[in-house]
Design a binder for this molecule. Structure first.
Ligand SMILES: *Cc1c(COP(=O)(O)O)cnc(C)c1O
Length: 494
């Protein structure tokens, strides 16, 4: 059958522009944009018609409303939308496109540091600091008391020192940049000794051997994958050794017959040969995680107390702050980094500085930190609390639509972000088995909401974990979710 025949039945652009709805759109978006949207909508329809396997469409299926074009060809109803319908679709397209691409979502995955969902979310007080610093001019590099040029590090370095006990600190764009800067400043052209058990890859791109190469340091592996002893490090020391590097194996565990060298032992060795000891800690844990029922993760303070010269960690993992890489430790080494040419490329912008300083300010008082830093707050919520939140949500859904099967169940949250991969955190979830569509379709609709809801699917059921939905978000979350359960119309866009 000749599909061109069908294509010819589509409304023409000129006719569409005369539609009342389209004329209104022109007032909002301008004629040029509307014209483009209408053309795209028509192109999309043409492609759809051409790809339709429609020799399969029988006379019956085509139905009574099918149009008979006089050449023994049936055009299934609905294949050619009315001009009004096309205008509606173009309006949807324009509305969608006018939204910024990066926006807030509800994280119902239960993964607290979800790398694809922006890792650590910021709390009210952290955001207020950002808003204040970026609302106008700021004293970013101006010393107000002396009335002259100041340094941007001054806004956060002292706070980091107070919280971690480090002599000095500096921060850069992320922890990958921190490791690169440390190695470039302290070990360029020299050998850096690392245990074979700690040659990590994180997030697909951060790989210790490659970062080492980039920074101009030479990787000197020592020990074995499962066992490395202090004498392995000592044997590897030469006069060209620039640093001893210990990398926290954040995203994996080696089990069985294992042995690793403690920071104390490395520090003693470093002292003996006058070589700096660097620890890449990954997640910047500043508080004892055992109080949240998790296993112990070494804190920044501990690592420094044990004698590391330099420690670096991420700002947006367990620290709960903005994306950043924090370097803390000996003043003389920090100074070398501050003066390194890469520092200019890696330095923080004013928004991040504001958020970072506000984050560390919370840690001056641990209770404040647990209350005001969302990552810690989420970790501290009890399963009873989450159960109640799940029930409330389930009730709201059922009050609007009783057709789906909605239950409240125990679930498992994870830290995510490559942190503590074996740690399972008990949680609660609202579980929906949608009626009249499969779980994938339902989840896709959730992801297309004005504030998208991101959830997991398991056994054709959508699992909405409550640990990562905060109390402040709950009302909005419930109404969007209930709305999606009630209204099954899918935009059906191409
Ligand atoms: C996460 C991690 C990094 C990378 O940190 P980013 O802030 O994502 O750049 C580096 N090292 C370790 C040990 C990590 O866990």
């Amino acid at each position: 059958m000749d599909k061109n025949l069908i294509l010819r039945k589509l409304p023409r652009v000129d006719d569409l522009l005369k539609e009342e709805g389209v004329r209104e759109l022109c007032m909002i978006y301008g004629k040029k944009e509307v014209l483009r949207a209408v053309r795209e909508e028509l192109d999309c329809l043409r492609r759809k018609i051409l790809s339709e396997p429609w020799s399969n469409v029988s006379r019956d299926e085509a139905g009574e409303t099918a149009e008979y074009d006089g050449m023994k060809n049936l055009i299934p109803s609905g294949l050619i939308p009315s001009a009004e319908k096309i205008a509606e679709q173009a309006a949807l397209r324009l509305e969608e496109e006018s939204q910024l691409s990066l926006r807030r979502v509800f994280n119902a995955t239960g993964i607290i540091l979800h790398t694809n969902l922006g890792r650590a979310p910021l709390g009210k007080r952290q955001m207020a600091a950002v808003l204040d610093a970026m609302s106008g001019y700021s004293n970013l590099e101006y010393n107000l008391s002396e009335g002259k040029r100041g340094k941007r590090q001054e806004h956060y370095a002292k706070l980091i020192s107070r919280v971690t006990g480090a002599e000095a600190a500096v921060a850069v764009n992320n922890n990958a940049a921190a490791v690169t800067l440390i190695l470039s400043a302290l070990a360029r052209g020299k050998e850096v000794i690392v245990s074979r058990g700690e040659l990590i890859e994180i997030g697909g791109r951060f790989r210790i051997p490659e970062v080492m190469e980039q920074s101009g340091a030479v990787l000197k592996e020592t020990g074995c994958t499962n066992r490395t002893r202090i004498r392995d490090y000592e044997k590897a020391v030469t006069e060209n050794t620039g640093a001893l590097l210990k990398v926290h194996t954040s995203n994996y565990k080696i089990l069985g017959f294992t042995e690793e060298v403690s920071v104390e032992e490395l520090a003693a060795l470093g002292k003996k040969y006058h070589i700096p000891v660097i620890v890449d800690l990954g997640s910047g844990v500043l508080t004892d995680l055992e109080k949240f029922g998790l296993s112990h993760e070494p804190t920044v303070q501990e690592i420094l107390q044990k004698g590391a010269d330099i420690v670096c960690f991420s700002g947006d993992k367990l620290l709960g702050g903005p994306q950043a890489g924090i370097i803390a430790g000996k003043q003389s080494y920090i100074k070398e980094m501050e003066e390194h040419p890469l520092m200019r490329a890696f330095r923080l912008d004013k928004c991040t500085i504001a958020a970072l300083a506000a984050t560390f300010r919370e840690y001056l008082n641990e209770e404040e930190a647990c209350e005001n830093i969302p990552v810690l707050k989420m970790l501290s919520r009890s399963t009873d609390e989450l159960w109640a939140q799940a029930q409330e949500t389930a009730w709201e859904i059922s009050s609007r639509n009783q057709e789906n099967t909605v239950t409240v169940e125990k679930s498992i949250s994870m830290l995510g972000g490559g942190s503590m991969p074996l740690e399972e955190i008990p949680s609660c979830a609202v579980v929906i088995e949608p009626k009249g569509e499969n779980a994938e379709e339902f989840a896709r609709r959730l992801a297309e909401l004005p504030v998208p809801i991101i959830a997991h699917i398991k056994n054709n059921r959508v699992i909405l974990d409550m640990r990562t939905i905060s109390e402040e978000e709950l009302n909005d979350f419930k109404s969007y979710l209930a709305g999606a359960c009630e209204n099954r119309t899918h935009p059906g866009r191409c």
